[in-house]
Design a protein around this ligand. Structure first.
Ligand code: SF4
Length: 434
């Protein structure tokens, strides 16, 4: 906790009501769930932030846009506090870690800044779920094993730390008992799991143990695999374990050798191509999601074209593109050749336009296929259309399957559908059976 003391955050009521504003990535969501679980165990009643006496805002500071969103949320709370509608404000998470001391001088209305490294992790304790009850995020490690030159995460979060197998399995058993149908395994680099504890990568073994614990849980999904940490053993588990989704999220960031080296990604273009081919060979039918950064310092038009060509050639099922964000304290901060924002945005658009065509062509190739889906709920403003996801759609980031069904379906139910239509990023289908 920085700047303000524990004493300062006491309010008159012994157990004031608490609300939480969650921002940033799904790893933050897991931290927020831990925070709420701990507060509830201490006797606080958890309510909507606009009805709470104390509001915690769990912030993000990964890139400029995220910082802006976090600051806007804090300013909204400061206004509420001035109107007497909120008694205490606590700013937690990455922004507090990075700028807590500076912000505490500028924002006296904030009662405490709790950096991400001071957040006590209650691993193995009951958390309060912020996701719909049929899916959950399971964080297996903290911080990152890598040191990409553009990334502030290792500076904010400290040393990489894998959770113990037992505490992870305890969470899995608890999720399974409460009827969760899908777990999404997250961490900054889940493929490095075990490197700190056992000096070797143990994700494959951990997945086997997790799969054994799952009875209600039908899907186990892997998010955030670091390219050069993807082992054959891991691919074999994904291919052979029926509960593991044939879906891998593997951020590649770039493919030009010069840019990859400047990014400190420890992989070349040729190795990246071989990796993608190896994954597709060993896990037939796999869906690959990746992300790229455009406009990294010094990225030339030629290097960007190399990236475009790669995306056209390897035709990833899902792609996200982000303009490079210059972050203070990172190795890339001082690199020459900063690319103007206009150019970054134009490159982002060009890559996404190409990907849109690839995605549409790919989704059209799914017409007539039968897919198992997990129902999310009724589509807004419809009578007999439901939103659902297949094993190839991660929550929040990927598309949906819109299922037509006269038979009522409920959220969290698995169903079989036949694909009848393809949009740019979504599919349409009709119920076959459930
Ligand atoms: S692997 Fe991801 S979280 Fe880790 S340093 Fe690189 S970009 Fe940051």
């Amino acid at each position: 906790m920085t700047s303000r003391t524990q004493k300062n955050i006491k309010v008159e009521n012994k157990h004031p009501t608490v609300g939480l504003v969650n921002l940033g990535c799904v790893r933050n969501t897991v931290d927020s769930q831990d925070i709420l679980g701990r507060l509830e165990r201490k006797g606080h009643r958890i309510v909507d932030p606009d009805k709470a006496e104390v509001v915690v805002v769990n912030t993000c500071s990964f890139i400029e846009d995220a910082r802006k969103e976090s600051v806007d949320a804090i300013m909204d709370l400061v206004r509420l506090k001035k109107q007497g509608r909120v008694k205490k404000i606590i700013v937690a998470g990455c922004l507090a870690q990075r700028y807590g001391s500076k912000l505490s001088k500028e924002l006296p209305e904030v009662d405490a800044f709790v950096g991400v490294q001071s957040l006590k992790k209650d691993h193995g304790q009951e958390a309060l779920s912020l996701t719909p009850s049929h899916y959950a995020y399971l964080k297996i490690c903290e911080s990152c094993f890598n040191r990409c030159s553009f990334c502030v995460i290792p500076l904010l979060k400290g040393r990489f730390a894998s959770r113990s197998v037992e505490s992870i399995l305890k969470d899995v058993r608890r999720m399974d008992a409460r009827g969760v149908k899908e777990i999404n395994i997250v961490g900054q680099d889940i493929t490095a799991y075990g490197m700190d504890l056992f000096r070797e990568k143990r994700l494959a073994g951990l997945l086997r143990r997790i799969a054994v614990e799952c009875s209600a849980i039908g899907w186990i999904r892997l998010l955030y695999a670091y390219p050069s940490h993807v082992t054959d053993e891991l691919l074999e588990v994904i291919a052979s374990e029926p509960k593991i989704c044939k879906y891998i999220d593997i951020p590649l960031q770039h493919v030009s050798d010069r840019v990859l080296k400047a990014m400190r990604r420890r992989i070349t273009r040729a190795q990246t191509a071989r990796l993608v081919e190896r994954i597709r060979r060993k896990v037939p039918g796999v869906f690959l999601r990746t992300t790229f950064i455009v406009g990294f310092p010094g990225e030339t038009e030629r290097e960007f074209s190399e990236l475009l060509d790669f995306v056209r050639e390897y035709r990833f099922e899902r792609v996200g593109v982000f303009p490079y964000s210059r972050e203070e304290g990172t190795a890339a901060w001082g690199l020459p050749g900063q690319v103007p924002l206009k150019t970054k945005r134009a490159r982002q658009r060009r890559l996404m336009e190409d990907q849109q065509e690839i995605s549409r062509a790919f989704l059209e190739s799914q017409l007539g296929r039968e897919l198992r889906v997990l129902v999310e709920g009724r589509a807004p403003d419809t009578k007999d259309v439901y939103q659902a996801r297949s094993e190839f759609d991660a929550p929040d980031v990927d598309g949906m399957v819109y299922v037509r069904s006269v038979q009522p379906l409920r959220a969290g139910q698995f169903a079989e559908v036949r694909i009848t239509g393809a949009l740019d990023y979504d599919l349409e289908g009709e119920l076959v059976r459930c």
